[in-house]
Design a protein around this ligand. Structure first.
Ligand code: NAP
Length: 343
């Protein structure tokens, strides 16, 4: 397969390159960057030196997309929408966008979180790529919007309880590592601000709530259903740890949450339901999502814990998993290498 990665110099682009370079079905890769064009890929991503001596290509979206089986876009928010028309017109087999531009089908919901859309006519072409939930229903997709990192962890926890009688909007307290913010320097990303520190996002909200709401409403079959994401920045580089808390209808007989949730993810190769709360370092470097659910002592509340690697399950790994599913490949292809531990 011939693959292009646009925005390959960023954190997500680098992780995508690491994974596609090791994918058994990928034979040719073009990696583009405006800022790094002409430089060896391994200058910017030194860990890839063992896998490639290629250089970043110039950013020419239509030319790069032409003749490719798969085009990944790992660009800043808003950029995909500006170039998606010419990329689709160039006729690649599959487009996978890792930005937020095409994740939300409901125009009003998109506008509430991101403002006006720059390519609204293309949104309906995209399927939402929450791979561990969509599974083989992604087969044949030509355009996939890969979910956000916070959104992936939150939605896996929400999907676990989507069939339970929840009596109030579930709340998901989630903590991300610093790589979630990308390469750009920001005051909140500096080492002295981040190390040995923990803080909530300024207005206690995150734009990923938009895509979370759209999926949650679909699973609940309720266009007014609500869920709240309360995002935090944590003192580590990789990973997201999400803790969902939900009240259950008092009339509901208590169930074995472990069994219920295992049933929701039956046969899904990258979701493991654990007997105890997961740990972040057990998922770092992997495409795994580790989940655990437990009731309160009186059985009226449920807590679901989910740990993922934001750059793999929350970005590049999930995008490749979705590609595998869309193209009818082995879902696990290129994604089974274990992560380092301890890390
Ligand atoms: N970080 C995450 O955990 C995560 C998870 C899921 C989705 N996403 C989404 O994926 C997209 C990319 O995120 P990201 O975290 O990879 O952002 P990033 O590291 O900031 O990279 C974004 C872009 O910055 C550009 N860039 C400019 N100067 C650069 C330099 N000196 N070195 C490297 N790159 C430079 C690159 O494009 P040019 O070189 O062409 O300018 C690159 O594509 C975003 O839309 C983000 O929302 C991120």
């Amino acid at each position: 397969m011939k693959v292009a990665v646009l925005g390959a110099a960023g954190y997500v682009g680098g992780e995508l390159l690491r994974l596609v370079l090791q994918h058994p079905d990928v034979t040719e890769i073009v990696a583009t960057s405006r800022s790094q064009a002409g430089k060896p890929i391994a200058d910017l991503h030194p860990a890839l030196a063992m896998l490639t001596d290629a250089r970043f290509a110039a950013h020419a979206p239509a030319d790069v997309a032409r003749g490719k089986d798969v085009v990944f876009l790992a660009l800043e928010h808003g950029e995909s929408a500006q170039m998606m028309g010419e990329i689709i017109d160039a006729g690649p087999g599959l487009v996978v966008d890792l930005a937020a531009d095409f994740r939300i089908q409901d125009g009003g919901l998109h506008e509430r979180y991101y403002g006006p859309h720059h390519a609204p006519a293309l949104v309906h072409r995209f399927q939402y790529g929450l791979a561990d939930v969509r599974g083989t229903s992604l087969r044949g997709a030509r355009a996939i919007a890969a979910p956000g990192c916070f959104a992936t962890a939150a939605q896996l926890a929400l999907y676990a309880i989507a069939e339970l009688p929840v009596s109030a909007p579930p709340v998901i307290f989630a903590v991300t590592g610093s790589s979630g913010g990308g390469q750009k320097l920001k005051a909140t990303a500096h080492h002295p601000s981040r190390a040995h520190n923990l803080f909530a996002y300024p207005d206690s909200s995150h734009r990923h709530e938009g895509e979370i709401l759209e999926q949650w409403r679909g699973w609940r079959n309720d266009r007014t259903a609500e869920a709240r994401l309360v995002p935090h920045s944590g003192p580590f580089v990789r990973g997201i740890y999400a803790t969902l808390h939900a009240h259950l209808d008092p009339a509901f007989p208590s169930v074995s949450f472990a069994e219920h949730i295992a049933g929701r993810f039956l046969g899904r190769p990258f979701v493991r339901v654990m007997d105890t709360p997961p740990e972040l370092t057990h998922v770092v470097g992997t495409n795994l999502a580790l989940l655990h659910a437990t009731p309160s002592a009186d059985g009226r509340e449920v807590r679901v814990f989910c740990a993922i690697d934001n750059l793999i399950k929350g970005a590049g790994g999930q995008a490749i998993q979705a590609m595998n599913l869309a193209l009818g490949l082995d879902e696990r292809a290129g994604l089974i290498a274990p992560g380092p531990f301890p890390c």
